[in-house]
Design a protein around this ligand. Structure first.
Ligand code: ADP
Ligand code: MG
Length: 497
């Protein structure tokens, strides 16, 4: 039998008449990691803030160890053993680590704060999560992962029974994620329950025992991780079947548009050859360090090859800069906005016309009316959610920002569109919009090269899939030969014949 630690029953909550949680039920067992899965805006953070006493519920019941509790403030939640590692880490940056750890329960003697003693005890506390830094130092000097560790240590010092983590891996590296998962496992072994909020399904399978799915403020289901699967969870989360998420259409594939032959870059790529055709989506898979982005950067003129050839429509061309690439009708939608970043504090209009701004210059001045018309056309076409093309890009959601990046390139009317992780970090609804757009583009005869670390995405959207490992091509598979295990083996260096 499992012991239930926490139970939230029939929780309702609205903000100014807008219902964001309707009749939500949620239970947590002793020592489990319980995932909460849902798209942006599903109500995950709100539910947890109610538990933390940050928001008050409109109605419903909260039970802790079987007893009804009424949590009015975060301090009270902490005292009851509930703590939360927030999505936006908000430790007070100018406080020392020690002061932050003891915030709200400073050690005093004769009315004086005992800094030395706090520093000593804070070190003991942070060492419990494997962190060893001088606690006199300010929070500002720490990495995000370290700040998170301080926050976890702080929660433990309140004798946490239930620890809520809100999208904790959002800005962590792979190694930091491993370290975090290690800490989580140690906590659950000691009987602490962890509520793990995420919209990344892979993580649920790595760390959670159960998962509760919320959609649009509604409780959808709670599943045992060992008895569910990815596709099922996605369909619960978005309310659609998986086939509808990767809307792959049949498109007639035409002649070869791009050919790459024996391309090498010192220490990065060796003898890479492949082609891509009109109307085709060529997926590119590989692990971190396989050379995927480097290959695309070379094709786009951001890196100089040591040898090899690139042909477009059969013509050998030498691409020496992104400008030559652009002239040859190529576009590069980058993941990290390295090549042509979004200017977050500029209006959508200026961002959308960034690549093609020359088109809008008349008599040495930018024709703003023309820019506005072009921007509005693409805002409409891509379904970018904004009040106006004069809004600042920083006010858009991640998915809508990504659509702005794509719009900017489409305005240049490219034939070959390279997309590097085009849906990373955006919600499933916006992802689907981007997939639909990709389908539309190939139907118009464009060629798309899709680099993605999300296996379901490359499998769902590609016509062929090239797998790279250690800067070499391990093979290219046709869609009817896609097999996850085979692709994984290739990513680790197995050559496909
Ligand atoms: P999630 O964490 O699942 O992304 P949230 O709980 O943050 O979702 O948000 C759920 C809904 O509640 C959203 O529509 C959001 O705009 C709304 N919401 C959240 N907090 C507030 C608030 N303080 N005031 C008004 N609306 C809010
Ligand atoms: Mg949230």
């Amino acid at each position: 039998m499992y012991k239930t630690v926490l139970e939230m029953r029939n929780i309702w909550k609205s903000f100014s008449g807008n219902v964001v949680l309707r009749d939500v039920n949620f239970t947590v067992r002793l020592g489990e990691v319980h995932g909460i899965l849902g798209e942006n805006g599903a109500g995950k953070s709100t539910l947890m803030k109610i538990l933390m006493g940050i928001y008050s519920k409109d109605s419903g019941t909260l039970l802790l160890d079987g007893e009804e509790v009424d949590i009015q403030s975060p301090k009270q939640a902490l005292e009851l053993g509930i703590s939360m590692i927030h999505q936006e880490l908000n430790p007070v940056l100018d406080l020392s680590i020690a002061e932050n750890v003891f915030l709200g329960k400073e050690i005093t003697k004769y009315g004086l704060v005992q800094y030395k003693e706090m520093q000593r005890q804070a070190l003991e506390i942070i060492e419990r999560v494997g962190l060893s830094v001088p606690t006199k130092q300010t929070m500002r000097g720490l990495s995000i992962a370290q700040m998170q560790q301080v926050e976890i240590a702080k929660a433990l010092s309140w004798n946490a029974k239930v620890m809520i983590m809100d999208e904790p891996t959002a800005s962590l590296t792979e190694r930091e994620i491993d370290a975090l998962f290690h800490i989580i496992r140690q906590m659950t072994e000691k009987g602490i329950s962890v509520i793990y909020i995420t919209h990344k399904i892979e993580e649920l399978f790595r760390i959670c025992n159960r998962v509760t799915v919320l959609r649009n403020g509604e409780y959808i289901a709670t599943e045992e991780i060992s008895e569910t699967n990815r596709d099922h969870l996605i369909s619960l989360m978005v309310g659609r079947e998986i086939g509808e998420i990767y809307p792959k259409e049949d498109v007639d594939i035409g002649e070869v548009v791009l050919e790459v032959e024996n391309l090498s870059v010192d220490n990065v790529l060796s003898d890479v050859s492949f082609y891509a055709r009109k109307g085709e989506i060529l997926g590119v898979a590989g692990l971190v360090g396989a050379g995927r982005s480097e290959l695309m950067e070379t094709i786009f003129g951001l890196r100089t090859p040591s040898s090899g050839q690139i042909r477009i429509h059969g013509e050998p061309i030498s691409i020496t800069s992104p400008r030559t690439a652009l002239k040859n009708k190529m576009a590069f939608v980058t993941e990290d906005r390295k090549v042509t970043g979004l200017n977050l504090i500029a209006p959508l209009r200026e961002n959308i016309t960034l690549v093609t701004v020359r088109q809008f210059v008349e008599n040495l001045r930018i024709n703003k009316k023309k820019e506005t018309d072009a921007s509005n056309l693409y805002i409409d076409r891509l379904g970018i959610k904004t009040d106006s093309c004069e809004s600042q890009v920083k006010d858009l959601s991640g998915g809508n920002q990504q659509k702005v990046v794509i719009a900017k390139w489409l305005l240049a009317d490219p034939d070959i569109i390279i997309m590097d992780e085009p849906t990373r970090g955006i919600d499933v609804g916006a992802k689907r919009d981007i997939y639909l757009l990709m389908g539309e583009l190939v139907k118009q005869g464009k060629t798309i090269i899709l680099i993605s670390s999300e296996m379901p995405e490359v499998l769902g959207m590609s016509d062929r899939l090239m797998v790279l490992s250690g800067g070499k091509v391990m093979g290219v598979l046709d869609r009817n030969k896609f097999e996850q295990q085979k692709i994984m083996d290739m990513q680790f260096g197995a050559v496909y014949h």
